[in-house]
Design a protein around this ligand. Structure first.
Ligand code: G3P
Length: 478
């Protein structure tokens, strides 16, 4: 069936024997754009077996050869940036230029992983026993890092390529194999990305990509005994996964409610520019988006005016036209965002623009005078709607930030570096940005959330380390 994209197993593209497919609805047209295979549980079992055998051989492949293949895949990925970006535009309504950036950034990430991998996996430790009380120098301990096995990679819809390779590349350089389950919206972009790895010539069975319904293969995959590690990015399904998964390492990045704390001495033009970039890029559909502004009352009017002026300049429309604000990923997402907006309206928030929606397209909206009794003060809209809470002290801002269940990133704007550091130390988030909006990149920086925002730390180096285990050999001298 030429209309349904095949899934990838054992180095081949296959149709599912289920005979079923999953539609991918274009967020802009709201019509079915693509179809992917609805893989069955038996097919998942087969994939797991193949991934296990391929991994055993791959772990014995010299590190430099693994790196060489990754560099090749990175180059092929960059060569194919245009067709992959086009899929991103159609599947997830990512603005055209950002879609290209996602693919290029992914190629760079894969290359960096190869380089970092040969460095950090190319060295181990040597310990001697007589540093511990009671021991003679009769034991030599050699340590190295060995792969975990099969890594289950589950990226989210907002970066189906980049957040897939941020799991795939560290896993592969460290000697693991991959079972990728892409998000439904974004699955075709991910399949194209996998094709680049296929063209690079990786061994059969090492990289596999199964598509299908979460209800059919979701739990089956995450609870599968063949999985040795799960790297997941997405919403609160991650909490469910962490409860059901076996005794395996988990790397999780879930949501965020990243706060932007603005002090009285802040450069308000800089803040406004960062609120626009941080709050409205990809229509707010980023875990690291600015999701609440906490501004000192004395500068709030001035800041809101500046942000309002910039919001008025945002272009709204189709991702093909590279508009700033594009339709959100699904109708249910748009409905959820609308629910938060209506709740804020009912409870008396100030609307800086008129609320406007057509289909999945929601016009950018700044809500001033938001109070803690409004849902939007705490919940993640994952859309182009940003609440402003006016505060009377820095402590009030820190308190709001820390009262959240999330703890991904946050940012603080002030010219006083001492205050900035003090606030950073007080904020219970994985990262605090001083004088810039939250962001994951550059991709080699550590990236982690606390509380409901995640488990473990990502970023290239941390991911490579996380996908390995320390192995020691002790030489006992007579
Ligand atoms: O939403 C996913 C998260 O990883 C954000 O990445 O690059 O937009 O900060 P970024």
């Amino acid at each position: 069936d030429g209309d349904v994209y095949k899934y990838y197993v054992d180095g081949e593209w296959k149709k599912s024997s289920s005979g079923k497919s999953v539609p991918i609805v274009n967020p802009t047209t709201r019509k079915t754009q693509y179809r992917v295979q609805a893989c069955s549980q038996e097919e998942v079992n087969k994939v797991m077996d193949l991934a296990k055998s391929a991994q055993k051989l791959w772990a014995k492949t010299p590190l430099w050869k693994r790196a060489e293949l990754l560099h090749k895949a990175a180059a092929i990925l960059k060569e194919h940036k245009a067709p992959i970006a086009e899929c991103l535009v159609k599947e997830i309504a990512k603005p055209a230029k950002d879609a290209v950036t996602e693919v290029v950034r992914s190629g760079d990430l894969v290359s960096y992983c190869a380089e970092e991998g040969v460095r950090i996996l190319g060295e181990g430790k040597f310990l001697v026993s007589d540093s511990f009380p009671g021991n003679e120098r009769t034991k030599y301990c050699l340590t190295s890092k060995i792969p975990l096995g099969v890594i289950l990679a589950i990226p989210p819809f907002n970066y189906p390529v980049n957040l897939a390779v941020s799991k795939i590349a560290p896993a592969l350089i460290a000697g693991n194999s991959i079972v990728l389950k892409p998000p439904t919206q974004g699955a075709v972009s991910a399949l194209h990305m996998v094709h680049c790895f296929h063209l690079a010539g990786f061994p059969r069975g090492l990289i596999n990509c199964v598509t299908g319904k979460g209800s059919e293969i979701g739990d089956f995959l995450t609870m599968h005994p063949g999985v040795n590690c799960i790297s997941f990015t997405g919403g609160d399904t991650g909490i469910g996964i962490s409860k059901k998964a076996g005794m395996i390492p988990l790397q999780m990045e879930l949501g965020g409610k990243d706060a932007c704390i603005v002090l009285e001495d802040a450069d308000l033009d800089l803040v406004a520019a960062n609120i626009i970039k941080g709050g409205f890029s990809y229509s707010g559909q980023r875990c690291t988006a600015v999701k609440v502004v906490l501004v000192m009352e004395s500068v709030a009017d001035a800041l809101v005016e500046k942000v309002k002026a910039k919001v008025a300049k945002l272009t709204v429309g189709a991702p093909e036209d590279d508009c700033d604000i594009t339709p959100v990923v699904s109708e249910s997402s748009a409905n959820y965002i609308e629910g938060l907006v209506l709740d804020a309206k009912e409870k008396g928030a100030t609307f800086c623009q008129e609320y406007k929606r057509e289909g999945n397209l929601i016009w950018p909206l700044l809500l001033d005078n938001v109070r803690p009794d409004m849902r939007i003060a705490w919940e993640e809209p994952f859309g182009p709607v940003l609440p402003v809470i006016r505060i009377n002290s820095v402590e009030e801002g820190i308190h709001h930030c820390n009262a959240s269940n999330f703890g991904l990133q946050g940012c603080v704007f002030t010219k006083d570096v001492n205050k900035a550091i003090m606030i950073s130390d007080a904020m219970e988030t994985g990262t605090v940005q001083i004088n810039s909006a939250p962001a994951r990149g550059p991709d080699h920086f550590p990236f982690q959330g606390i509380k409901d925002s995640g488990i473990g730390s990502q970023g290239i180096t941390n991911s490579i380390n996380m996908m390995t285990k320390v192995k020691t050999t002790v030489i006992n001298l007579p």
